[in-house]
Write a protein that binds this ligand. Sequence first.
Ligand code: THU
Length: 162
Amino acid sequence: MKREKKLEKTIQIHFTRFQGIDEVPDKYKELLDSARFAFHNSYAPYSRFRVGACLLLDNGHHILGTNIENASYPLCMCAERNAVAKLSFEVPIQKIKVIAVVADKKDALVSPCGACRQVLIEMETRQKSPIEIIFQGEEGSYYLLESISSILPFSFSADSLP
Ligand code: THU
């Protein structure tokens, strides 16, 4: 069998970076405020890095999550995944339109970890519609992306399973 010539490609992702909160559209500002409220319940005695997440659902509800750590470090749970876990209480099940993520350290970039990206892309695939994500960037900025797939190219999915 003749092998194909090697393929080289560049993947581009589209994002918007707002320089400060004043530039962020009101729709997202509200979500960022809710996410900021969430981290007040954070339990992060080990990292001292408190994170808040807020999901905006199709029905307009805000679902909050914060990080909960554990003396057995691998059991620490991120804000994003704690928020997704709470979705199961929403009856009937709702689609996620947007997720907002912030930390109480102002200048930190709070881009979701790999595990959270994997969980979020599962939700995106399941609901068959994109989930926008807005998260805190450096120096008071915010990043907005139109889909979780933008931050997780070559993701593992059910398509790979036998
Ligand atoms: N963390 C989150 O909750 N979300 C993120 O997007 C990044 C990291 C938490 C996990 C841990 O409790 C702490 O931040 C430090 O990694």
